[in-house]
Design a binder for this molecule. Structure first.
Ligand SMILES: Nc1ncnc2c1ncn2[C@@H]1O[C@H](COP(=O)(O)OP(=O)(O)O)[C@@H](O)[C@H]1O
Ligand SMILES: [Mg+2]
Length: 316
């Protein structure tokens, strides 16, 4: 499926295996979009919040918090969003009936599998499509999605609801949400992997699954990729030092350490090549940075690397 570059789509979902750097990549992308002049909302879902750790600013559950100029962060909590949704939608009969069947609110979510995902996606859709004074409130939304399986379930929540809903207002609403989420001009999915077999396999499978279901995969992101300052001939010279009969212990130790750096980078290069081959999408490559804490410059470095990567739409 073709579409514009990721940075030109209003709604970006960042997906991948747990721990590969979804949150870091989502924050880096959102920061880059804001720096490029787009009013950007970084959306965290599933009750997780890393706003404090990444930007040094406490999150708020209800209102977007401005964490950098033009960059806002919001945590969408499924239960809160469900309450909000139901309070607006109580006139919708199927939901009223559903509530009538349950004694307590949390039983509603339990009684309706997929409702939390649907309401979360509905809230994201609402944020993405809200217009004020004739202009969209948000130019860009970046969703820090839950880990792969749950992330795919979130993306598919509207389609699942449409299939279940038969006809009526819920079906209409699900269809409206689905239309936006599936449309490659509006939405792009970035699948993140670290340069490790397991993460690459999971990313590749996720991309295949998403594509088979007509979801707009925009690119893959290889994150935490090790780089080496050494060239191939440097590596040969280092190996010669190791092999030289006259080399002392300090020289050997230094050469071995440098060769390990070279080998690590070569390993990661091969994983990135494998990802590009298997995924069949453009792959953006982000370096392993020493620190991502606020003030360290790590997030800014990732953001700069991402925004100039042709895989997301930057100039090569
Ligand atoms: N490019 C990177 N360089 C260095 N550390 C990174 C990088 N990307 C992520 N990390 C670190 O790896 C860990 C997992 O990243 P995180 O974004 O929380 O992953 P996820 O959201 O996929 O679970 C965190 O400690 C984060 O700071
Ligand atoms: Mg995360």
């Amino acid at each position: 499926m073709e579409g514009p570059p990721l940075i030109d789509r209003r709604l970006a979902f960042v997906l991948g295996k747990g721990g590969v750097g979804k949150t870091a990549v989502a924050a880096a992308l959102a920061l880059g979009l804001a720096d490029a002049g787009h009013r950007t909302l970084l959306v965290e879902v599933g009750g997780e919040t890393r706003t404090q750790a990444l930007f040094g600013i406490a999150p708020s559950l209800d209102d977007p918090v401005e964490v950098r100029p033009g960059l806002f962060a919001l945590t969408v909590d499924a239960e809160l969003a469900t309450q909000e949704y139901l309070s607006i939608q109580l006139r919708v009969r199927p939901l009223v009936e559903m509530m009538a069947r349950s004694r307590a609110f949390h039983q509603v979510t339990q009684a309706a599998p997929g409702l939390a995902e649907l309401v979360t996606l509905g809230k994201i859709w609402d944020l993405a499509t809200t217009v004020r004074d004739g202009a969209p409130v948000w130019d860009r939304l970046v969703v820090d999605s839950p880990a792969t399986g749950h992330g795919i379930a979130l993306l598919e929540a509207a389609g699942s609801a449409r299939e279940l809903a038969g006809s009526g207002p819920i079906r209409d609403q699900a269809e409206a949400i689905e239309k936006v989420v599936r449309h490659p001009a509006a939405t792009g999915i970035a699948v993140v992997a670290t340069p490790e077999d397991l993460a690459v396999t999971e990313a590749t499978e996720a991309i295949a699954t998403l594509r088979a279901r007509g979801m707009p995969v925009a690119c893959a992101v290889a994150n935490s990729v090790r780089r080496s300052p050494f060239s191939a001939s440097d590596a040969d010279a280092l190996r010669a030092v190791l092999a030289a009969p006259g080399a002392g212990a300090p020289e050997r130790a230094a050469a071995a350490a440098a060769i390990a750096v070279w080998d690590g980078a070569r390993h990661d290069d091969r994983e990135v090549e494998g990802l590009a081959r298997e995924a069949g999408t453009p792959v953006a490559v982000l370096p392993l940075v020493p620190d991502l804490a606020p003030g360290s410059g790590g997030l800014e470095a990732l953001s700069a690397a991402l925004m100039r990567d042709p895989a997301v739409g930057g100039a090569p």
